[in-house]
Design a protein around this ligand. Structure first.
Ligand SMILES: Cc1cc2nc3c(=O)[nH]c(=O)nc-3n(C[C@H](O)[C@H](O)[C@H](O)COP(=O)(O)OP(=O)(O)OC[C@H]3O[C@@H](n4cnc5c(N)ncnc54)[C@H](O)[C@@H]3O)c2cc1C
Length: 173
Protein backbone atom coordinates (compact mmCIF):
# COMPACT_ATOMS: atom_id res chain seq x y z
CA UNK A 1 0.00 0.00 0.00
CA UNK A 2 1.31 3.45 -0.90
CA UNK A 3 2.42 5.36 2.21
CA UNK A 4 3.05 8.73 0.61
CA UNK A 5 0.86 11.47 -0.90
CA UNK A 6 1.46 14.91 -2.35
CA UNK A 7 -0.88 16.36 0.25
CA UNK A 8 -2.51 14.90 3.34
CA UNK A 9 -5.60 16.62 4.74
CA UNK A 10 -6.90 15.63 8.14
CA UNK A 11 -10.67 15.80 8.50
CA UNK A 12 -13.43 15.20 5.95
CA UNK A 13 -15.64 18.11 6.88
CA UNK A 14 -16.53 20.93 4.52
CA UNK A 15 -13.12 22.58 5.03
CA UNK A 16 -11.05 19.47 4.30
CA UNK A 17 -13.20 18.44 1.34
CA UNK A 18 -13.07 21.90 -0.15
CA UNK A 19 -9.29 22.09 0.23
CA UNK A 20 -8.95 18.66 -1.41
CA UNK A 21 -11.23 19.71 -4.26
CA UNK A 22 -9.27 22.88 -4.92
CA UNK A 23 -5.94 21.07 -4.73
CA UNK A 24 -7.22 18.61 -7.33
CA UNK A 25 -8.21 21.68 -9.35
CA UNK A 26 -4.58 22.80 -9.45
CA UNK A 27 -3.68 19.48 -11.08
CA UNK A 28 -2.48 17.72 -7.94
CA UNK A 29 -3.57 14.10 -8.21
CA UNK A 30 -2.36 12.39 -5.06
CA UNK A 31 -4.40 14.16 -2.40
CA UNK A 32 -5.30 12.07 0.65
CA UNK A 33 -8.11 13.00 3.06
CA UNK A 34 -7.92 11.19 6.39
CA UNK A 35 -11.08 10.99 8.46
CA UNK A 36 -11.22 9.26 11.82
CA UNK A 37 -14.99 8.68 11.77
CA UNK A 38 -16.99 9.36 8.59
CA UNK A 39 -17.47 12.15 6.06
CA UNK A 40 -19.32 14.99 7.77
CA UNK A 41 -18.89 13.52 11.27
CA UNK A 42 -18.09 16.92 12.80
CA UNK A 43 -19.81 20.27 12.64
CA UNK A 44 -20.46 19.80 8.92
CA UNK A 45 -22.97 17.03 9.60
CA UNK A 46 -24.79 19.15 12.19
CA UNK A 47 -24.97 22.42 10.29
CA UNK A 48 -28.40 23.76 9.42
CA UNK A 49 -26.91 25.38 6.34
CA UNK A 50 -27.52 29.08 6.95
CA UNK A 51 -25.37 31.21 4.68
CA UNK A 52 -25.13 34.71 6.09
CA UNK A 53 -22.47 37.25 5.26
CA UNK A 54 -22.09 39.07 8.57
CA UNK A 55 -18.58 38.21 9.66
CA UNK A 56 -16.35 40.49 11.72
CA UNK A 57 -13.09 40.31 9.79
CA UNK A 58 -12.03 41.11 6.24
CA UNK A 59 -10.80 37.53 5.71
CA UNK A 60 -13.96 35.76 6.88
CA UNK A 61 -16.20 38.12 4.93
CA UNK A 62 -14.11 37.61 1.78
CA UNK A 63 -14.37 33.83 2.27
CA UNK A 64 -18.14 33.89 2.57
CA UNK A 65 -18.50 36.15 -0.49
CA UNK A 66 -16.52 33.64 -2.56
CA UNK A 67 -18.36 30.69 -1.02
CA UNK A 68 -21.76 32.19 -1.75
CA UNK A 69 -20.83 32.53 -5.43
CA UNK A 70 -19.99 28.80 -5.46
CA UNK A 71 -23.22 27.77 -3.68
CA UNK A 72 -25.25 29.78 -6.18
CA UNK A 73 -23.60 28.17 -9.19
CA UNK A 74 -22.72 24.89 -7.55
CA UNK A 75 -23.41 22.50 -10.42
CA UNK A 76 -21.04 24.35 -12.72
CA UNK A 77 -18.40 24.96 -10.06
CA UNK A 78 -18.40 21.59 -8.29
CA UNK A 79 -21.09 19.34 -9.76
CA UNK A 80 -24.37 18.40 -8.07
CA UNK A 81 -26.79 20.47 -6.06
CA UNK A 82 -26.08 22.73 -3.08
CA UNK A 83 -29.77 23.26 -2.40
CA UNK A 84 -29.13 27.00 -2.15
CA UNK A 85 -32.25 29.07 -1.52
CA UNK A 86 -31.94 32.84 -1.56
CA UNK A 87 -34.43 33.89 1.07
CA UNK A 88 -32.43 36.75 2.63
CA UNK A 89 -31.17 36.94 6.18
CA UNK A 90 -32.12 39.20 9.07
CA UNK A 91 -29.82 39.63 12.06
CA UNK A 92 -31.22 41.57 15.00
CA UNK A 93 -29.28 43.20 17.85
CA UNK A 94 -30.21 45.33 20.83
CA UNK A 95 -29.46 49.05 20.86
CA UNK A 96 -26.06 48.59 22.60
CA UNK A 97 -24.82 46.59 19.61
CA UNK A 98 -26.03 48.98 16.94
CA UNK A 99 -22.70 50.85 16.54
CA UNK A 100 -20.76 47.56 16.24
CA UNK A 101 -23.25 46.30 13.68
CA UNK A 102 -22.82 49.49 11.64
CA UNK A 103 -19.03 49.09 11.65
CA UNK A 104 -19.30 45.47 10.51
CA UNK A 105 -21.79 46.40 7.83
CA UNK A 106 -19.39 49.01 6.40
CA UNK A 107 -16.71 46.31 6.17
CA UNK A 108 -19.13 43.91 4.51
CA UNK A 109 -20.17 46.51 1.95
CA UNK A 110 -16.57 47.39 1.14
CA UNK A 111 -16.11 43.73 0.17
CA UNK A 112 -19.16 43.58 -2.07
CA UNK A 113 -21.88 42.34 0.29
CA UNK A 114 -25.35 43.83 -0.20
CA UNK A 115 -26.49 44.74 3.28
CA UNK A 116 -28.62 47.45 4.85
CA UNK A 117 -29.45 48.49 8.37
CA UNK A 118 -33.16 48.52 9.15
CA UNK A 119 -34.97 50.22 11.95
CA UNK A 120 -37.11 47.66 13.78
CA UNK A 121 -40.27 49.22 12.36
CA UNK A 122 -39.00 48.50 8.84
CA UNK A 123 -38.60 44.76 9.41
CA UNK A 124 -42.26 44.10 8.55
CA UNK A 125 -41.47 45.22 5.00
CA UNK A 126 -39.20 42.16 4.70
CA UNK A 127 -40.97 39.68 6.98
CA UNK A 128 -44.29 40.73 8.53
CA UNK A 129 -44.40 37.74 10.88
CA UNK A 130 -41.47 39.04 12.97
CA UNK A 131 -42.09 41.29 15.96
CA UNK A 132 -38.91 43.41 16.00
CA UNK A 133 -40.19 46.03 18.41
CA UNK A 134 -37.68 45.10 21.14
CA UNK A 135 -34.65 45.16 18.88
CA UNK A 136 -32.27 48.11 18.49
CA UNK A 137 -31.35 47.49 14.85
CA UNK A 138 -31.62 44.79 12.23
CA UNK A 139 -29.17 43.97 9.47
CA UNK A 140 -30.78 42.78 6.25
CA UNK A 141 -28.79 40.79 3.70
CA UNK A 142 -31.08 40.19 0.69
CA UNK A 143 -28.70 37.80 -1.05
CA UNK A 144 -28.09 35.43 1.86
CA UNK A 145 -30.04 32.23 2.41
CA UNK A 146 -29.53 28.59 3.17
CA UNK A 147 -28.19 25.47 1.49
CA UNK A 148 -28.19 21.73 2.05
CA UNK A 149 -25.05 20.65 3.99
CA UNK A 150 -25.63 16.96 3.12
CA UNK A 151 -25.91 17.75 -0.58
CA UNK A 152 -22.75 19.85 -0.53
CA UNK A 153 -20.76 17.17 1.26
CA UNK A 154 -22.09 14.40 -0.99
CA UNK A 155 -21.24 16.39 -4.10
CA UNK A 156 -17.75 17.24 -2.83
CA UNK A 157 -16.85 13.65 -1.90
CA UNK A 158 -16.76 12.08 -5.40
CA UNK A 159 -14.87 15.16 -6.56
CA UNK A 160 -11.87 14.14 -4.50
CA UNK A 161 -12.38 10.37 -4.79
CA UNK A 162 -12.45 10.46 -8.59
CA UNK A 163 -10.67 13.67 -9.62
CA UNK A 164 -10.42 12.58 -13.27
CA UNK A 165 -14.23 12.41 -13.52
CA UNK A 166 -14.61 15.96 -12.27
CA UNK A 167 -11.73 17.40 -14.29
CA UNK A 168 -14.05 19.49 -16.48
CA UNK A 169 -15.48 21.13 -13.38
CA UNK A 170 -12.20 22.03 -11.78
CA UNK A 171 -12.03 25.60 -10.53
CA UNK A 172 -9.65 27.79 -12.48
CA UNK A 173 -8.03 29.39 -9.45
C1 LIG B 1 -25.49 22.47 15.38
C2 LIG B 1 -24.64 23.28 14.40
C3 LIG B 1 -25.29 24.11 13.49
C4 LIG B 1 -24.51 24.86 12.60
N1 LIG B 1 -25.15 25.66 11.68
C5 LIG B 1 -24.42 26.40 10.83
C6 LIG B 1 -25.07 27.22 9.85
O1 LIG B 1 -26.28 27.26 9.77
N2 LIG B 1 -24.29 27.93 8.99
C7 LIG B 1 -22.92 27.89 9.04
O2 LIG B 1 -22.26 28.57 8.23
N3 LIG B 1 -22.28 27.14 9.96
C8 LIG B 1 -23.01 26.38 10.84
N4 LIG B 1 -22.37 25.60 11.75
C9 LIG B 1 -20.90 25.61 11.75
C10 LIG B 1 -20.37 24.74 10.59
O3 LIG B 1 -21.06 23.51 10.58
C11 LIG B 1 -18.88 24.52 10.81
O4 LIG B 1 -18.22 25.77 10.86
C12 LIG B 1 -18.27 23.73 9.67
O5 LIG B 1 -19.01 22.57 9.37
C13 LIG B 1 -16.85 23.37 10.05
O6 LIG B 1 -16.34 22.54 9.03
P1 LIG B 1 -14.92 21.90 9.20
O7 LIG B 1 -14.69 21.04 8.01
O8 LIG B 1 -13.92 22.99 9.48
O9 LIG B 1 -15.01 21.03 10.55
P2 LIG B 1 -15.82 19.68 10.81
O10 LIG B 1 -17.06 19.56 9.99
O11 LIG B 1 -15.96 19.58 12.29
O12 LIG B 1 -14.84 18.56 10.27
C14 LIG B 1 -13.69 18.15 10.97
C15 LIG B 1 -13.50 16.66 10.69
O13 LIG B 1 -12.20 16.27 11.14
C16 LIG B 1 -12.29 14.99 11.70
N5 LIG B 1 -11.12 14.87 12.56
C17 LIG B 1 -10.80 15.62 13.64
N6 LIG B 1 -9.61 15.23 14.15
C18 LIG B 1 -9.18 14.22 13.36
C19 LIG B 1 -8.03 13.39 13.38
N7 LIG B 1 -7.07 13.55 14.32
N8 LIG B 1 -7.89 12.43 12.44
C20 LIG B 1 -8.85 12.27 11.47
N9 LIG B 1 -9.96 13.03 11.40
C21 LIG B 1 -10.13 13.98 12.34
C22 LIG B 1 -13.61 14.99 12.42
O14 LIG B 1 -14.10 13.67 12.64
C23 LIG B 1 -14.49 15.78 11.44
O15 LIG B 1 -15.17 14.93 10.50
C24 LIG B 1 -23.10 24.80 12.64
C25 LIG B 1 -22.47 23.94 13.55
C26 LIG B 1 -23.22 23.17 14.42
C27 LIG B 1 -22.50 22.25 15.38
Amino acid sequence: MARTADAVIIGAGTTGLSIAFHMAGTGMRDVLVLERRFVGAGGTGRSVGIIRQLYPTRETTAMVVRSLAVYRDFDAAVGGQSGYVRCGALIGVDSRMRATLETTMKLQRSLGVRAELLDPSDVARVEPRIDASRLGAVLYEPESGYADPSGVRTAASPAWRRPAASASRRPSS
